[in-house]
Write a protein that binds this ligand. Sequence first.
Ligand code: HEC
Length: 126
Amino acid sequence: MFSAGLSATLLALAFATPVAAAGDQANGQKLFKKCSACHSLEEGKKKVGPSLYKIFGATPGQVAKFRYSKGMTSYGATGVVWDEETLDAWLTKPKDLVKKTKMAFPGFKKEQDRADVIAYLKSLSE
Ligand code: HEC
């Protein structure tokens, strides 16, 4: 039948589209220990880094009273927001995304680790 063939094709297309690895929030919360030395999740609580309160969906470099690097301010001015894609790039190697960033974190090598932390941050912004 035509319709069965069509839905099989659509199904195949759906699976062929590359999607980021699904993140595990609970593991992301554990991995966040690597971030919490420098980042609080409480609104307005600054550490070495800015608070990451509701950071998912936010414009980079906008937390009040935090002195960002010029690179981060310029990155935010390009119109991007922190989402799965931008956070994945950031957490792969911060210095590759934002030149001369102040964030002294080398990045996560494993895509799954990044996806888990991103899922955790996303859950806190919902
Ligand atoms: C050694 C301290 C340190 C560690 C560890 C660290 N960060 Fe950062 N982070 C910073 C600093 C400092 C900045 C500001 C960067 C700039 O201005 O260039 C920053 C910026 C950020 C931003 C952008 C915030 C904004 O307001 O736009 C995000 C998102 C972020 N960090 C996430 C993380 C995550 C997730 C981790 C853990 C995987 C992490 N950071 C680990 C210090 C750190």
